[in-house]
Write a new protein. Structure first.
Length: 270
């Protein structure tokens, strides 16, 4: 799998904690302009407000954001880009909680957050794939069993490095109810893709050199041959275009993709 993840990831843009008392997200639905503004530090250099909490997920750090109220809530596993579990991913988790999904963002880098491509590559190459898969499985189980969540529906979402892991999670966990892949490395063998039982949404950039349109074409065709329900959306944008903290960010494309994510999640909840 690592060979797949290494391709094109250079295009990506810019200690275990004790559980805290539960503090639910109160962001509400966040449009793209607001989401973009959340990535700009306020005057004085203070970090933007976060609404979730850091928890211990069976020995690994995770960021949990839960909608207001007693639940149950649908739940989604959030898998970070190659930078690690940074504030962008925490904001994404809050954004998902704001529309009613309990979001648990896992950490596959053992607490390390990177800011340079060299460090990100080194962190990504150090990931133990078996351990990462176990962490993802624990997060899926957590969403179902945690008394704050008790998720009747569960999904996974990831970007870049996390998009590739979202793909692999879809293959390994037929119990999932939805899969969202933002420009992650893909499987194009229909026989392998037949293991996916959940509907899938894919978001890609036509200017992505690591995952070019021909690869997305092959993926789309293979999903059809495997009889996997799917939606594919493409934009004239580069890799990492949905990350507001990235210079490759393309606001109109990111905004349109988010509307499709919202519609996709709404269908899962029905």
């Amino acid at each position: 799998m690592r060979a797949l993840l290494l391709i094109g990831l250079l295009a990506c843009g810019s200690t275990t904690a004790k559980p805290e008392s539960h503090r639910p997200s109160d962001t509400g639905a966040v449009d793209e302009a607001t989401f973009k503004a959340m990535h700009v530090p306020p005057a004085g250099g203070a970090s933007p407000v976060l609404h979730g909490q850091t928890i211990d997920l069976d020995g690994t750090k995770a960021y949990l954001s839960v909608p207001p109220g007693p639940g149950p809530f649908p739940g989604i596993v959030v898998i970070h880009e190659w930078w690690g579990l940074n504030e962008n991913i925490e904001h994404w988790s809050d954004r998902l909680a704001g529309v009613g999904w309990a979001a648990i963002a896992i950490d596959l880098y053992a607490g390390k957050v990177t800011t340079t491509a060299d460090d990100a590559m080194a962190a990504m190459n150090s990931v133990d794939e078996k351990a990462a898969a176990l962490t993802i499985g624990k997060a899926i189980d957590f969403l179902k069993t945690d008394p704050r969540i008790r998720a009747p529906k569960r999904a996974v979402i990831g970007w870049c490095f996390g998009g590739g892991w979202s793909m692999q999670t879809a293959l390994a966990h037929p119990e999932l109810d939805g899969v969202i892949i933002y420009y992650g490395q893909l499987e194009t063998d229909p026989k392998k893709l037949a293991a996916i039982k959940a509907p899938l949404l894919g978001v890609f950039g036509n200017l992505d050199k690591g995952i070019p349109p021909t690869t997305v074409d092959a993926f789309d065709t293979a999903l059809g041959e495997a009889h996997v329900a799917h939606e594919i959306y493409r934009y004239d944008a580069p890799h990492a275009f949905a990350n507001p903290s990235n210079p490759k960010y393309v606001e109109p494309a990111a905004a349109d993709a988010w509307t499709h994510v919202l519609a996709f999640l709404a269908k899962i909840e029905r």
